[in-house]
Ligand binder design. Structure first.
Ligand code: ADP
Length: 329
């Protein structure tokens, strides 16, 4: 049966949202309730290998060299099942994936993880999917993964209940704008409340959720235009508002969700201080305590130095606009 073994691998980069994603209009199909825009990052890479083997009696999932937990494996198997249905394939698979950065810590490992898995699994199963289809497939597992299929600057529109085909699209390629995200790592460890749970709690209990849904498209439009016009100050101001508004929903949920650590506030103050000294640097945080500062490439060493000196910041990386998915059959 060795002739029926089919394998492929894929490499995907994580992305950081500039217009933030928070809230679903269809939890089962994983459809976002607001439009989001991101920059794909060259340095935060996931590599995944998928091997369908008719001799296997169960799917085997390894993550970062260890056996995946039941919860992690379940999300992977759900994706494998979608691919098997589409390819009319019955074989079980081994999946080996490596995140070249911390997993589940608010650095978007689910984005690069599910983008790489969607691409590797569909290629291994013999499907020749367009990037659009691949993005819709990845989105069903993780909305931010839909954006990681593409390089550079990417948008994912909001969708309605029942929307199966919602996919991301590229706004501009990686070489459109020489920006940097300086990623400042604060507290180590996994986030305390997963994004899906946090979003649902916000939807059900935050008094500010309705105004978030109302305002988010406005910031998204502003950010899209600022990317096209290469206006960092316009982009940065809208990104910070979008960030603070979604964290406001999390903080005012019941029970409240604080993704921030003391070092998060210290790093925000550092970024504001840089601006007062004339450096165009702008901060964002995802569902975790780390701060990512957006700036021009020429300012990145200064922004990094300032964040390195900030109390509670343990490590920094400088990342630039990265490529879309790469597949090897
Ligand atoms: P993050 O901020 O890192 O995206 P999330 O809690 O949103 O954190 O997602 C992390 C989850 O995504 C993990 O617990 C795991 O289930 C899944 N995940 C992360 N990396 C991979 C990967 N390389 N392959 C498959 N699943 C992954």
């Amino acid at each position: 049966m060795s002739g029926d073994v089919r394998e492929a691998s894929a490499k995907a980069c994580a992305n950081i949202a500039l217009a933030k994603y928070w809230g679903k209009s269809d939890v089962k199909r994983n459809v976002p309730a607001v439009p989001s825009i991101s920059m794909t990052l060259d340095l935060l890479v996931t590599e995944t290998r998928v091997r369908f083997d008719p001799e296997l009696s169960a799917d085997l999932v390894r993550l970062d060299g260890r056996r995946a937990s039941a919860g992690e494996a379940e999300r992977v198997v759900t994706m494998l099942n979608r691919v098997r249905r589409e390819a009319r394939l019955r074989s079980k698979a081994t999946v080996a994936s490596h995140n070249r950065f911390p997993t589940a810590a608010g650095l978007a490992s689910s984005a690069s993880g599910f983008a790489a898995l969607a691409a590797a699994a569909s290629a291994a199963a013999g499907l020749r999917l367009s990037n659009r289809k691949l993005s819709a497939l990845a989105r069903a597992s993780s909305a931010s993964a839909a954006r990681s299929i593409f390089g550079g600057f990417v948008e994912l529109p909001a969708g309605q209940r029942g929307d199966d085909d919602l996919a991301a699209r590229q706004i501009a390629p990686a070489n459109h704008w020489n920006l940097r995200f300086v990623v400042a790592l604060t507290e180590p460890g996994k986030k305390k409340v997963g994004s899906t749970e946090g979003m649902e709690r916000s939807r059900q209990t935050s008094p500010y959720y309705a105004s978030w849904l109302d305002q988010a498209p406005k910031w998204s439009r502003k950010i899209k235009r600022a990317i096209k016009d290469r206006e960092l100050d316009v982009l940065g101001a809208a990104m910070e508002q979008s960030t603070l508004a979604f964290h406001c929903c999390a903080i005012t949920s019941d029970p409240p969700i604080f993704y921030w650590a003391p070092a998060t506030l210290a790093a925000l103050a550092t970024v504001r201080g840089l601006r007062q000294r004339g450096v165009s640097a702008w901060a964002t945080m995802d569902a975790g305590p780390h701060v990512k500062a957006l700036c021009h490439a020429a300012d990145a060493p200064r922004v990094r130095q300032a964040l390195d000196k900030t109390s509670g910041v343990t490590r920094t990386w400088v990342t630039k606009p990265g490529p879309g998915i790469e597949v090897q059959r």
